[in-house]
Design a protein around this ligand. Structure first.
Ligand code: WTA
Length: 685
């Protein structure tokens, strides 16, 4: 590796820019750079740009040494023979195969729980659970958590779940959700957590794909003032799966008493079973199933640019080492920290940074069932003060919505326990960054703006909070072992200050290994676009100081409130409506959600537009995907702008959606240029 390309150029020479030191002034528009305070840096794990550069250099020049040293802190039943991927990331040289810590045998549940208990932390709180209603709470120490995990693991084994078998988990943010993930990992089962906001059809699709013996759910959840009957959704999904020949042996249902009593829950004898009736009867010890480093740990579906969600597969050893290490450094983790990540375990952020990463570090984690604005917009800071949260990790969409609600909700609370803030899911705009920094963090707490993806397993580009100054809106520099490159349309790497497509060269331990059941799609989507590199699907620029700035997706994926949604998924839901002939969906800027969903809909010949139909189209999307994917706007379209070969010109639709009508560009290649005028006429109807 040539040393120029590994240098995160710029981290050392930024002092001539406008700068502010944390805790000494507000980060205003005039400040390009926000330095960590001396106090913060002096106690940080990585305390200067020089220290980072030294570690980064070793991580890319001697990855075997770098990762072996870190992995040695974990328990391996058998040590690996080869720590680093002898990678083939170049499709031109054959199939992509990624392996880390080859030959090693371990167990991630053992490393999260037993290992921390053996080192004397059994009495430390692992989870503080905060219910939807203020005043409803509970906690588990590491030792208590292990007992609960073992009981569930024993139940699953009794149900015939074996190493390699899939278990689908459809649970709200109860402690039982991380318990279920850890129990699966303990016995080598592969969990597929489905976010409990997905509809029955989406759940059914995921059940049919991985054919679980057991589905784990809860009868209901309260989100804010609303009760949602999850069991009804699961019942419908199981009926749908049965039609596709997949039936499950058991539906283990946790009675979430504060939301719904068991008496009012619909029940199918023989299949459904109450968690509380069976699981506590099992022994509180359960032997660990030692698995190969490359044995699958979990499946998690995410959206791509076609209609069918992709089953991202992560394996055990590399994912374990990577989530643990990224958590530790990006949040400057100390054993005394109390950590809260607001993400749901149904998304990758909840996998890597509610459950595995923090628990591998023996951290105390908050699991919050409710909504951040219930009973009012001060709820987050109430929780921060209640548990003395030190690290608070959330999404820009939440920051923007709380910002809109006003500072009083924040300043009413002390928040003095906070020391590090984090952001994930979409680019954070500088004004939201500054509000988060100045108001929430009292200009005292660095912000780790972590760029990563379901596919990457863990952070890829992220600040190390004590190491170097931050720029509001930039994810700063690559994590150890990550070599980002920016390429142009032809796939040629661009050096220095530039703008292009974000790719990664060489492999990192947390990388996903395949798309479940479709290795071809894996290679095509991620490795063929720019041969020789992993392609992220994101646009990115690098400034003169070497800082990375993510600019959003460049494919047909949109990012709504930090949730990834494929435009094709929404389109296929819309066209399943009997009155919809054709649909084209694009993302538009949205003040709070980051992006909103804007759908152009052509109705079947002769069907008139109506408000009722608009609602019914939106309902169709809600019931096929989930409420979070509901279009914000339906734009009636007598026709869609297509090329002569029939391809929809989304570029034009994006301009119309964002009302940039004088930037439509060349429309002469359209089969029928008049459709554009028609669309503009209907823009406000
Ligand atoms: C976007 C979430 C800018 C990006 C962890 C990526 C971000 C997609 C950031 C992955 C960030 C995530 N700055 N953009 N800090 N973090 N993204 O798979 O477009 O749900 O490709 O993983 O979110 O979304 P996913």
């Amino acid at each position: 590796v040539d040393s120029m390309s590994v240098k995160p150029s710029g981290a050392g020479k930024v002092s001539q820019l406008n700068a502010v030191i944390l805790g000494e002034a507000l980060a205003s528009e005039a400040h390009d750079l926000v330095f960590p305070s001396r106090d913060f840096s002096s106690q940080a794990l990585v305390s200067s740009p020089e220290k980072y550069e030294e570690m980064y250099k070793r991580s890319v020049e001697d990855p075997a040494g770098f990762w072996s040293d870190i992995a040695s802190d974990f328990y391996w039943k058998e040590k690996w023979s080869q720590p680093v991927c002898s990678e083939n990331l170049d499709v031109r040289n054959g199939n992509i195969k990624i392996e880390w810590f080859k030959g090693g045998r371990t167990n991630i549940c053992y490393n999260c729980l037993d290992r921390n208990i053996e080192s004397g932390n059994g009495g430390k709180v692992a989870i503080y659970w905060e219910g939807n209603e203020p005043g409803f709470d509970a906690s588990l120490t590491y030792a208590q958590l292990l007992d609960k995990v073992c009981q569930l693991a024993n139940y699953l084994k009794d149900m015939g779940v074996r190493k390699g078998d899939a278990v689908v988990i459809y649970l709200p943010m109860l402690m039982e959700l991380p318990i279920a993930m850890l129990a699966c990992a303990r016995i080598g089962a592969v969990h597929s957590v489905v976010f409990a906001g997905f509809s029955s059809e989406s759940l059914a699709q995921r059940i049919v794909d991985c054919k679980p013996k057991v589905v784990i759910t809860s009868n209901a959840v309260k989100r804010g003032p609303k009760v949602i009957s999850l069991k009804d959704i699961v019942d419908a999904a199981l009926v749908e799966s049965a039609k596709n020949g997949i039936s499950v042996d058991a539906c283990l249902t946790y009675e979430n008493q504060s939301a719904m009593k068991r008496e009012t829950t619909k029940w199918q004898e023989g299949r459904d079973i109450w968690w509380q009736d069976v699981v506590p009867k099992y022994p509180t010890t359960c032997d660990v199933e030692w698995v190969d480093a490359e044995d699958p740990l979990f499946l998690l579906y995410t959206s791509g640019s076609t209609g069918k969600p992709k089953g991202v597969l992560h394996t055990t050893g590399g994912y374990m080492i990577y989530t643990a290490t990224t958590f530790k450094y990006a949040f400057d983790y100390k054993p005394s920290d109390v950590y809260w990540c607001t993400a749901d375990c149904g998304w990758i952020t909840g996998h890597s940074y509610v459950t595995f990463g923090p628990m591998l570090n023996g951290a105390t984690v908050i699991v919050f069932e409710g909504a951040p604005n219930y009973p009012d917009s001060g709820r987050c800071w109430d929780i921060v003060d209640k548990y003395k949260v030190t690290i608070f990790y959330t999404a820009p969409t939440l920051v923007r919505s709380l910002m809109r609600d006003g500072d009083e909700y924040v300043t009413r609370y002390s928040r003095k326990s906070l020391r590090v803030l984090g952001s994930v899911g979409e680019p954070i705009n500088p004004s939201a960054w500054r509000w988060f920094f100045n108001v929430v963090g009292d200009s005292r707490c660095p912000i780790s703006d972590t760029w990563w993806q379901t596919e990457t397993g863990g952070f890829m580009i992220t600040p190390l909070p004590g190491a170097w100054p931050q720029k509001p809106g930039s994810a700063t520099f690559p994590f150890f072992g990550v070599q980002p490159v920016i390429v142009d349309e032809k796939g040629i790497e661009i050096e220095g200050e530039c703008n292009g497509y974000l790719c990664v060269k060489s492999s990192w331990p947390g990388a996903f290994r395949t798309l479940y059941g479709d290795h071809d799609r894996y290679e095509t989507t991620y490795f063929k676009a720019f041969p020789g590199y992993y392609f992220s699907g994101d646009g990115c620029s690098r400034d003169k100081d070497g800082y990375y700035w993510l600019t959003g997706r460049v494919d047909d994926v949109i990012n709504v409130s930090g949730h990834r949604i494929g435009t094709a998924e929404v389109e296929s839901a819309l066209v399943s409506h009997p009155k919809c002939a054709e649909a084209a969906v694009v993302g538009v800027e949205h003040e709070v959600k980051g992006q909103g969903i804007y759908a152009f809909v052509t109705l079947v010949e002769g069907v008139p537009y109506s408000e009722e139909l608009r609602k019914s189209l939106i309902m169709t999307v809600r019931s096929q995907i989930g409420a979070f994917a509901a279009p914000d706007r339906i734009h009636w379209a007598p026709g869609l702008p297509k090329t002569r070969s029939g391809k929809i010109m989304r570029r034009i639709l994006r301009k119309i959606a964002s009302r940039q009508l004088n930037e439509l560009g060349d429309t002469s290649t359209l089969a029928d240029p008049n459709v554009v005028d028609e669309l503009i006429k209907l823009a406000d109807s």
